[in-house]
Write a protein that binds this ligand. Sequence first.
Ligand code: NDP
Length: 489
Amino acid sequence: MARKILTTSSGAPVVDDQNSVTAGPRGPLLIQDWQLIEKLAHFNRERIPERIVHAKGSGAHGTFTLTRDLSDYTIADHLNGKGKQTEVFARFSTVGGEMGSADAERDPRGFAVKLYTRQGNHDIVGNNTPVFFLRDPSKFPDFIHTQKRNPVTNCKDPEAMWDFWSLNPQSIHQVTILFSERGVPATYRHMNGYSSHTYSMWNKKGERFWVKWHFKTRQGIQCLTQAESRRVCGVDPDHAQRDLVEAIESGNHPRWTVNLQIMAEVEAESYHIHPFDLTKVWPHGDYPLLDIGVLELNRNVENYFAETEQAAFSPSNLVPGIGVSPDKMLQARLFAYQDAHRYRIGANYNDLPVNYPRSAQPANYQRGGVMAGTRCPFGNGNNLSGSAEVNYGPNSNDGPVEHSAFKEPPMPFAAGVIDRHDHRPEADDYTQAGALFRLMNADQKQQLADNIAGSLAGTSKPVRERMLSQFDQCDPEYGRMVKEALAIR
Ligand code: NDP
């Protein structure tokens, strides 16, 4: 087959891509060399701002298969009809590191799934941990600053990290998970995923349920020890990316069993655990897992930048039958994720093929903005941004109209007062972290204590003492083991 002719981005054939235009063989260059200028200018713009968090990630396409009809709980189209399949795009990531950081760092892992349903995209933007460090979003930027680089030294700063945690006991549950055996998953295939937040669902009778999502790996949990993680970070910083690509390429498609925990709306009022507190799980003994489907990843991306880097997940990508909960962290993320994509990619980020609601038919009155006019190449619906069609509603021109069938049932709200309510003293921060510690075997407990001591050892005495007090309150054995591990450092 004849090779394609090299062209500029405007399609003009390129005659010479080896030599710049110069006045004489020794130069200087001439500004009339528009081919060179276009090439250098595009190269300068090859990067978009990396995500503030979850910058380094790996993505793949696949399917979600519903194995249990959920019409008792939700009108969501993709959750109605046993056996229904929905296309998905998933992205896994580390959190604190930059785009070039190592995959094997001790860090939570992002676990984001975009389901291209017939009623729009439904995103579940979770982590490999069922809880988070915080329950109030006002502390998120502060917390992330402690995970990033010191503003003066530009180095990672364990003192800042532990100082923050020692002053925020609400983080102890997630800290315990992070420094446990599971704190460094062996690969993205060998970890669970969790919505972490409580979401809601509603059915055709208008009944609401509170729901947590769990994705249980079918590859089995596999982890790296601290020593293994250090070695892999040095030897192959991209090991998890490589593993995912190679597994899918060889037909070894990773799968997760999808489970839900479901709570009737009214039970939230009397449940002894605050059901919208992101630092807490619902114990399985109270709310057992309901097996509802299988997530499979079976197709690698063809263009890492276009797909994985530009993938724009948002907890606000919801569809009829799926709603939010009052979880304060979730409420802030509903704003923050879309805002980040507008900054990172531009106002029309949903026009890009990876984000386009390919199984739905987007139709609205949004117009203009950067890169308006894209027609996403799936052939089942045109994005109207920038087209000549009517751009206001109501109108007499047959433009799109609302549909009341998808109305969410009203959510009761017990009258209270508007204030900056103190989120700190209300909750028991130690019980669930202690429960996690107690379910570990002797070796796992020792790994936890050693991993903590390795990181905490270089911090100041007041920080160490505050942390030891926290471990002690989770479980006296936990406190004692960390103290002993610190003593031999
Ligand atoms: P269960 O014994 O019913 O469940 C324990 C859960 O802990 C399992 O889901 C297990 O995952 C998971 N697990 C085991 N080791 C670790 C670890 N090092 N890091 C993170 N998760 C781990 O207990 P409960 O439901 O009563 O919960 C007890 C504690 O287990 C909680 O306080 C919480 O810390 C932790 N946990 C609870 C979850 C929940 O949704 N209830 C979810 C995850 C953790 P697997 O089954 O895959 O082995």
